[in-house]
Design a protein around this ligand. Structure first.
Ligand code: SAH
Length: 371
């Protein structure tokens, strides 16, 4: 198995069968070795820096009915909310003071937050905080809509492909959703010029090692700038309420394999990982991740954005989350940095309303500030 790790580190790719055999091994020594190598690779690209993104969950209204998701359309027990522009901007104001230079606007596919309204919001944020990047994560839309938001100043887009296996995709989603369309969205986003994030849940109901291997092959083909993975965690009001959580070990192993395959990728240690283990995010960073996305949403709405049960940090103020994270990263031997945290080698693109000269935070030690 170690020879497969050697090959992955050297050639940055393996066949589907090779990935599957690594994933089937379930060997703690192999997983430790992969984490050690992945950490060395991330340190070569990013040092000990951890990039942070302020996550603003601005609407839990969604037209979709994904079977795993707590805010799916048919869950009548969710108290629905949508933040106003003023509330979102006030999250950004607080986030900027706390040292965030990327805001991630995430939500359900909410018809009341239509394309023009989101474009206006992006424009306002980019104008008010020209030193910040805006990441959108609002699901599947037409190429024209993605272009509108890009032109408004959004530079990054997160859209997990959820699973690259067509049959598995159909067991996780209602018939009106298709794996082809989800993948088409990712290719459109990439073609437009976004820094694109794909990803998947680990341990989603019925998932096999072969399907995870397919996910890794898809990521190699897509060559995304970011990869978001986290364990599946059941939500009590969904059809998957009784299915087991994804495993910590398998998620960490996959983070390491992804780091070895895509050395400079931006790889978050997700909230879901922090939910299944008290030190999940620290372990994720040690296994090769280099990004964290603490919550910037107003405390009053956090519990309502429940994609899964037992989500952490729902009671904390944004400042508490920020401090807690800095302390956690420091205890693991890493440092949270202030900066946009672009992918190594990628520059800020031009059409920002008021462009500010910026470089990746890790290049300039004067940018380091542990708050
Ligand atoms: N509407 C947006 C944002 C989805 S929420 C979109 O479609 O992209 C972000 C991610 O949370 C999803 O892509 C999914 O992978 C993850 N997620 C949803 N339900 C989950 C669950 N029960 N356990 C773990 N992760 C979940």
């Amino acid at each position: 198995m170690r020879t497969l790790l050697d090959k992955l580190e050297r050639e940055h790719r393996l066949s589907k069968a090779e990935f599957a055999s690594l994933l089937r091994a379930r060997d703690p020594d192999l997983e430790r070795e992969a984490a050690r190598r992945a950490d060395a690779v991330r340190r070569r690209c990013y040092g000990a820096d951890v990039y942070i993104r302020g996550l603003i969950e601005f609407t839990n209204c969604c037209r979709n009915d994904c079977l795993y998701c707590g805010i799916r359309r048919s869950n009548a027990h969710v108290e629905r909310y949508r933040l106003t522009e003023e509330q979102i901007l006030s999250c950004c104001r607080e986030g900027h003071m706390l040292g965030y230079r990327t805001f991630v606007l995430q939500g359900g596919e909410d018809p009341k937050w239509g394309p023009e309204r989101i474009a206006d919001l992006v424009r306002t944020i980019r104008t008010d905080w020209p030193d910040c990047a805006v990441t959108l994560s609002v699901g599947e839309h037409s190429r024209a809509v993605y272009q509108l938001w890009f032109d408004a100043g959004a530079e990054r887009y997160l859209l997990r492909h959820e699973t690259a296996d067509d049959a598995h995709y159909r067991t996780l989603h209602p018939p009106e959703m298709s794996p082809e369309h989800r993948k088409k969205c990712l290719w459109d986003l990439k073609d437009i010029g976004y820094q694109v994030g794909a990803g998947f849940m680990v341990g989603s109901p019925g998932q096999t090692e072969e399907q995870l291997a397919e996910d890794l092959c898809f990521l190699y083909e897509l060559q995304p700038d970011m990869v978001g993975i986290g364990p599946f965690i059941p939500h009590h009001d969904t059809p998957f309420r009784d299915r087991p959580r994804g495993s910590l070990e398998q998620t960490l192993f996959l983070l390491s394999l992804i780091r070895l395959m895509l050395p400079t990728v931006l790889l978050p240690a997700t909230t879901a990982l922090g939910t299944i283990h008290p030190q999940g995010r620290e372990l994720g960073i040690r296994a090769g991740a280099n990004v964290c996305m603490p919550n910037l949403s107003p405390t009053a709405v956090r519990e309502k954005y429940a994609l899964y049960d037992d989500k952490i940090c729902t009671g904390d103020e944004s400042a508490q989350c920020r401090q807690c994270l800095a302390a956690r990263m420091a205890s693991a031997g890493y440092q949270v940095v202030v900066g946009r945290g672009d992918r190594a080698g990628r520059q800020e693109r031009a059409p920002c309303p008021h462009p500010a000269p910026l470089r990746p935070a890790h290049r300039d030690p004067s940018d380091y500030k542990n708050i």
